[in-house]
Design a protein around this ligand. Sequence first.
Ligand code: BGC
Ligand code: CA
Length: 423
Amino acid sequence: MRRSKFLTVLVAAALGMSMVGCGSSGGSSGGTSTGSVANKDKPLCWFNRQPSNSSTGALDTTALNFNKDTYYVGFDANQGAELQGQMVLDYIKANIDKIDRNGDGIIGYVLAIGDIGHNDSIARTCGVRTALGTAVKKDGSVDSSPAGTNVDGKSKAVQDATLEVNGKTYTVRELASQEMKNSAGATWDAATAGNAIGTWTASFGKQIDVVVSNNDGMGMSMFNAWAKDNKVPTFGYDANSDAVAAIAEGYGGTISQHADVQAYLTLRVLRNALDGVDIDTGIGTPDDAGNSLTKDEDYRYSEEERSYYALNVAVTADNYKDFTDSTKIYDKVSKKLDSSKSAEKKVWLNIYNASDNFLSSTYQPLLEKYDDLLNLKVDYIGGDGQTESNITNRLGNPGEYDAFAINMVKTDNAASYTSILSK
Ligand code: BGC
Ligand code: CA
């Protein structure tokens, strides 16, 4: 049942490499007491928010090489972004006879941007604009800045595209886009997206033919507030269970970033470092229990970037039934480790925003399943999505833990954590 999905991934992975200018991308031995290992030498896994410069996207190599047991776990942002753009374009072409709701020859879409300084968000904005032809280049790469309101097509951040289907020519226009940040500073904010679609539809609702979002949290908020009732296809990202279920009700599609692989890797790299075994154990190489992933189907690893990237899969009306439970662990890595070889260890792990839809409804539930299998006792710390110190304040006793997994509020802020571990 998974074979066809993998083919899609492989083809997309091969094509994905050519995307222009979007975003970046480009152990301590075990022991029973935590006292003997200095905090600065304990295994550290950054996840979901890759240490990087939020303006340029350049990776923070200092943070990624904090010690010999430091890694990042995320997913391939460019490969996924390309899939997302293609999914929207395919839908438009396949539904060309009914997509232009007001018949003005313009296929208008609106775009919800998650966080203008987050590489995943930047990649998705670029991926959608590139596939639809609305992208413009700025300093050699695709401009990912919000267009604001662009009903007249005059914005400098995007351009009108021309699309020919069945011998007829249409214009594709990004009618509006903005960063969904609330007044307190939380990004990827679903409620803000719900408000934005209200504002947009009040002034130019008839022109909106497609709704696109950098994630499902915001996408579902716009779908429920307006798009569902008005039968306007809405596309998100993450394959959260509620969004996958909504495909049956007209949600256009989403992308699975293989959270089941990422959550496993987040804890697995810590486990391997704690056990002092090869880092590939239970990843590319089967462990004693028989767990392993398939390289270049499930994930890829960049040694230079110290980063594991899960590969993405498009989820549409064609295959959504395979994705209904986003918190189901991956069969290939579902066997419990022997606690005589991998003794229980304590991990400090934070979720930058306890109300982020993807992290709270998909990622954390997966982590909570894998931690038992990997014999890790994890303390989960939930942040408010806005203030780094709200989280770092709760890293007051690093000496109590054997390893750390960190999800920053802002990708520039790695030093706020490593300085605590270096003390
Ligand atoms: C997810 C978003 C989420 C963000 C949080 C992204 O990878 O797709 O849904 O809000 O991570 O950092
Ligand atoms: Ca139209």
